[in-house]
Unconditional design. Structure first.
Length: 414
């Protein structure tokens, strides 16, 4: 299923003509898928429905899994209810009603990585199964053998955890898991040459549980894996654009400085001339016509003057000593807890038919949640949203609920 906000991995491969993806790009998608799958395993569940049409990619290039409606408890016996398109990805223990665990999903991850590296699933060819590096020369032989180990018929022979499979795939390309980017746009990986692996001289044939196929491992001489070519032009182009950006900023600043200097230089003589023309005011003392000045020769008669007023001396008292004041400091306000960025939504279907879930008119699941089953929607945005639970994808016969996402939420409908 594809809409404006996401696309499935199957649609991505189809648009590329089912051509193999570069090994570095497959690790980017595998990293996000493993992180999403680990959340399912932390809840004690086996996903059991991992396929290319059930892996979705958001606009930022991050991949995640949906369709947990067929999940089963770890350690329980399998119950095959998956759609037909999931059959090529199912582990043998799922088909033979045996006990399932995390290694069951590792098998499906191996088939998914095989499809990304070769453009086809292992069951696409009748008869023997060819190794990924035999169909795509860009795949190192070590990575090819890791994929075949993940698809081993016996669960004990596989990687027991998805994280172990991802780390082995990274090691085959001489990378650590932290060196794999989170988005394919940043997947310009600089890989060191992979070491030469001596293939076994004998042919190991194992019976394959689906359609009587056989799996051939080995049967070739020493193979030097061909290192995938990753173009460095995008990084060089980015650096070139960055250099020209700063050159443009420098030129703009220089032109602005010239304009300011020209303006100041043209106005400076006028400012200097204006400051020189300013005269200091002259004060002229004048006498009122009603006042007659005393002649300078007339002696002053002191006997007519009033007696002098005796002066008194006042002594200021020292200022009083102030008592020290106490300063009261109010305690700091309580720290607000960090805001929750969202959470997972678990929807359990009690309708007698399958339902589709919509959040604010955005479809969340490609396949209906069967009656009596539940589905977990990861990373729902925080806040109050309007969820619709409808009988079909045309949003007919819906039940609406406003749900506040502030952490993980579990609901039952109706």
């Amino acid at each position: 299923m594809e809409n404006a906000n996401r696309t499935s991995l199957a649609d991505l491969l189809h648009r590329r003509g089912n051509e193999p993806l570069a090994p570095g790009e497959t690790l980017v998608y595998l990293k996000s898928i493993v992180a999403s799958l680990e959340k399912v395993h932390e809840r004690g569940l086996v996903h059991g429905d991992i396929r290319a049409s059930n892996v979705f990619i958001d606009p930022q290039g991050r991949a995640y899994i949906e369709g947990v409606g067929f999940a089963q408890r770890i350690g329980s016996r399998s119950e095959v209810r998956q759609p037909l398109e999931t059959i090529p990805y199912l582990a043998p223990e799922l088909i033979s009603y045996q006990v399932v665990n995390e290694a069951t999903d590792v098998y499906s991850l191996g088939v998914l990585l095989y499809e990304m590296l070769t453009g086809e699933t292992p069951s696409s060819r009748k008869g023997e199964i060819r190794l990924p590096h035999q169909l795509n020369a860009a795949v190192p032989q070590i990575l090819s053998l890791d994929v075949m180990r993940a698809m081993a018929p016996n669960p004990a022979d596989r990687f027991q955890k998805p994280r172990a499979f991802f780390e082995a795939a990274c090691s085959s390309l001489n990378l650590t898991p932290d060196q794999v980017p989170d988005q394919p746009a940043a997947a310009t990986l600089h890989l060191a040459p992979a070491p030469t692996v001596q293939a076994p001289e004998t042919v190991v044939v194992q019976s394959y549980p689906q359609a009587g196929q056989t799996m051939v491992v080995g049967a070739s001489a020493a193979v030097q894996p061909i290192e995938p070519e990753y173009s460095e032009q995008p990084a060089e182009a980015g650096r070139s654009r960055s250099v020209w950006f700063w050159v443009g900023i420098a030129l703009l600043g220089f032109i602005l400085l010239l304009c300011v200097g020209f303006f100041v230089g043209s106005r400076l003589p006028d400012w200097i001339a204006g400051m020189g023309a300013t005269s200091t005011p002259t004060w002229t003392a004048t006498t009122s016509p009603s006042q007659t000045p005393l002649p300078s020769s007339t002696p002053l008669d002191t006997s007519t003057l009033p007696p002098a007023i005796p002066t008194e001396t006042f002594t200021l008292a020292p200022p009083p000593t102030l008592e020290p004041t106490l300063t009261f400091t109010s305690p700091p306000p309580p720290t607000e807890p960090p805001a929750v960025s969202g959470g997972d939504l678990q929807v359990r279907n009690r309708f007698p038919y399958g339902i589709y879930v919509f959040r604010d008119r955005l479809s969340l699941n490609s396949a209906p949640i069967p009656s009596g089953m539940y589905l977990i929607f990861f990373n729902q945005p925080a806040g109050t949203h309007l969820y619709r639970f409808c009988k079909d994808v045309s949003m007919n016969d819906c039940v609406e609920k406003e749900i506040e996402i502030n952490g993980d939420v579990e609901i039952t409908v109706p």
